[in-house]
Design a protein around this ligand. Structure first.
Ligand code: G6P
Length: 501
C-alpha cells in the first residue's frame, strides 16, 4: 500500500492532486439570518471522491457552482481553495446559457441516452443544428472553463510549481473534453485520468452520435493517460471503439490503446462504498426516525430506491410486480412495494414525461390490485435520504432492474445495512452484476415475466437460503471497499509514470 506524504513514494510523492467533477461535494446556501451554510452531497460519486480527498488531504476538488451562494464561493476561491469540513474545494462558475446547453441539451439527453441505450432508434434522436450548437456553445466552453480552473488551481498550489508532476483526476461524461483542453494548456507533463461512471457501449452504439462529437470525445479521451470504468466489459468496449471509430491501435487483452504517439490504458476499477459510513447512518437518529414509516407498511417490503431516471427502468419494475400479483393473488396484502424515487433532471422533457409515466404506472397497478385495506405500491417522489437508508435496513426484497447502469451503488449500500436477510433482484445489465450477480436473482430487465417470477421467488425464498445470500452479498461489498478503489488507481498511476520514465 502506498503511504501518504513524505513517508511514501509513488503517487504520493508530493504531486498535487486535483479532482474534477461536475457535481460537487457540497452546495452552499444562506440561512435566514444571512450566514453561509452548506449541505453535503450524498450521491455515490460524491462519496467515492470524498475517499480520494480523504486519502490525499491536500487534494483540491473542482466542481460547478450550482447555487447563488456557490457562485460567491466560486468568486472567493478563484485563487485559493475554499476549506469546508475536511475538504478543499474550488467552485467554477459557468456562463448560464452554456451550462444549460451542456447539461440539459448535450450531456444528459444525448450522451446519457446513447451510453445507456435509451433511444428507440426508429424515432429518436433527431439531430441537427441544435446538437451542434449544444456542443459548440455549451459542452466545449464548459469543459474549457473547467480546464482553465485546473490550471489556476495548479498555479496557486505550492507543489504545483514544477516540483512534482500534477495528477488530475477527471470524472464522468459531462467532462469528456477536459483532457483535450488540459493538454493544450499544460502539455504532456501532468498525469490525467478520466473516470467514466456510466456504461460504455460497443462501437455500434457510438455511431448514433454525429461524427464530430464521437471523434472529438475519443480524441480527447486518448489525450488522457488512463481511462477508467467500473467493469471490464466497458473497458473492452472502449478499446474497441477507439479502434473502430478512430483507427487507433488497440490491444484489447492488455487494455492498451496507442494513438498519436501516446499510450493510453483502459482500466476497470469497480467503485464501492464506505461500509462504516452507512453503518453510522443506519444508527443515526435521522434514520431511526424514519424507520416506522417503512416498517409499518403491510406485509413484506419490496423496495426500490433510485433517481427518477429512464435508465433505472422504473415502469417495467411496476409492471413486473403487477404481473406477479396477477399470477399469485394470494400475495395481495402480503407485500407492499415502496418506491423512493428522487427527482432528477426535471428540466429535460424526457425526464419530466418519465416522472408522469411513473405516477400513471403506479396508479394502474394500485387500481387493479388494491383491496379495501391494502395499497400495492407506495410511491414517494422526493429526496429523503434518511428514509432511503431506513428502508435499506428493512427490506425483504430489493429490486434493481436497470436498463443499464454504470455500477449501481444502491445494491451495495443496501446490502451492508439490511437487517432482514433481504434478497437482491438484480439486472444483468447493471455494472454491479459482475460482482454481486452470483448472490442475487438475476433478471433480464426487459422481460416482465422473468421479473414477476424473480420477485415472487425472492418473496417466498426459504429463510436459510436468504441468509446465505445476504451474508455473501455483505461480505462481497466489504471485501472491495472504497479505499481499495482509490488504492488500485494510485498503484496504476505509479506504474504508468514509471513506465513513461
Ligand atoms: C450519475 C452520474 C453522475 C451524476 C449523478 C447525478 O451517477 O454518473 O455524474 O452526478 O448521476 O446526476 P446529476 O445530473 O443530478 O448530477
Amino acid at each position: 500500500m502506498v503511504v501518504q506524504g513524505a513517508d511514501g513514494g509513488g503517487a504520493n510523492d508530493g504531486s498535487p492532486i486535483v479532482i474534477v467533477s461536475n457535481r460537487g461535494p457540497v452546495t452552499f446556501s444562506r440561512t435566514e439570518s444571512g450566514t453561509r451554510t452548506h449541505s453535503r452531497g450524498a450521491g455515490g460519486l460524491v462519496t467515492a471522491l470524498n475517499a480520494v480527498s480523504r486519502r490525499q488531504k491536500e487534494a483540491v476538488w473542482i466542481a460547478s457552482a450550482t447555487s447563488d451562494e456557490d457562485a460567491s464561493v466560486a468568486e472567493e476561491s478563484r485563487d485559493e481553495p475554499y476549506e469546508v469540513e475536511d475538504l478543499r474545494v474550488s467552485l467554477v462558475e459557468h456562463d448560464e446559457d452554456a451550462y444549460d446547453l451542456m447539461y440539459n441539451n448535450l450531456a444528459n439527453p444525448l450522451l446519457w441516452f446513447v451510453q445507456h441505450g435509451l433511444y428507440g432508434l426508429p424515432y429518436a434522436p433527431a439531430l441537427g443544428d441544435d446538437t451542434r450548437r449544444a456542443w459548440e456553445k455549451g459542452y466545449l466552453p464548459v469543459n474549457e472553463n473547467f480546464a482553465a480552473a485546473v490550471e489556476r488551481v495548479l498555479e496557486g498550489s505550492p507543489r504545483g510549481r514544477g516540483e512534482a508532476e500534477p495528477i488530475i483526476l477527471v470524472h464522468d461524461y459531462q467532462l469528456y473534453m477536459i483532457p483535450h483542453f488540459l493538454r493544450e494548456r499544460l502539455g504532456e507533463e501532468p498525469f490525467i485520468s478520466l473516470f467514466v461512471h456510466i456504461p460504455w457501449p460497443d462501437p455500434e452504439g457510438w455511431r448514433v452520435l454525429p461524427r464530430y462529437i464521437r471523434e472529438g470525445i475519443l480524441r480527447s479521451l486518448l489525450q488522457a493517460d488512463v481511462v477508467a470504468f467500473h467493469t471490464q466489459r466497458y473497458a473492452r468496449n472502449f478499446v474497441r471503439t477507439a479502434n473502430e471509430v478512430l483507427g487507433a491501435e488497440a490491444d484489447e487483452e492488455r487494455g492498451v490503446v496507442r494513438y498519436d504517439g501516446r499510450e493510453v490504458w483502459a482500466r476497470a476499477y469497480p467503485i464501492s462504498i464506505d461500509p462504516g459510513e452507512f453503518e453510522g447512518l443506519a444508527a443515526s437518529d435521522a434514520v431511526r426516525e424514519q424507520e416506522s414509516s417503512v416498517r409499518n407498511l403491510p406485509g413484506k417490503l419490496l423496495l426500490r430506491i433510485d433517481r427518477t431516471d429512464l435508465s433505472k427502468n422504473v415502469l417495467r419494475g411496476f409492471q413486473a410486480y403487477g404481473r406477479m400479483l396477477e399470477r399469485h393473488p394470494a400475495m395481495k396484502g402480503e407485500v407492499t412495494f415502496f418506491a423512493g424515487l428522487q427527482p432528477s433532471r426535471g428540466d429535460i422533457p424526457e425526464y419530466a414525461a418519465y416522472a408522469e409515466a411513473i405516477q400513471k404506472a403506479v396508479d394502474e397497478v394500485n387500481e387493479v390490485h388494491c383491496t379495501p385495506s391494502w395499497q400495492p405500491i407506495v410511491l414517494s417522489m422526493e429526496d429523503n435520504f434518511p428514509r432511503s437508508v431506513a428502508a435499506y435496513k428493512a427490506y425483504d426484497v430489493l429490486l434493481v432492474n436497470a436498463v443499464r447502469d454504470g455500477m449501481n451503488l444502491v445494491a451495495k449500500e443496501a446490502a451492508v445495512v439490511n437487517e432482514e436477510n433481504g434478497v437482491l433482484v438484480l439486472s444483468e445489465n447493471a455494472g454491479a452484476h459482475e460482482e454481486l450477480g452470483e448472490f442475487a436473482i438475476t433478471i433480464n430487465p426487459f422481460d416482465l415475466d422473468e421479473g414477476a417470477d424473480a420477485i415472487y421467488a425472492a418473496l417466498t425464498m426459504p429463510e436459510e437460503e436468504k441468509k446465505r445470500r445476504a451474508e455473501a452479498l455483505n461480505r462481497q461489498v466489504r471485501e472491495n471497499t472504497i479505499e481499495e478503489w482509490v488504492e488500485a488507481q494510485l498503484r496504476d498511476i505509479d506504474a504508468y509514470r514509471e513506465r513513461r520514465g
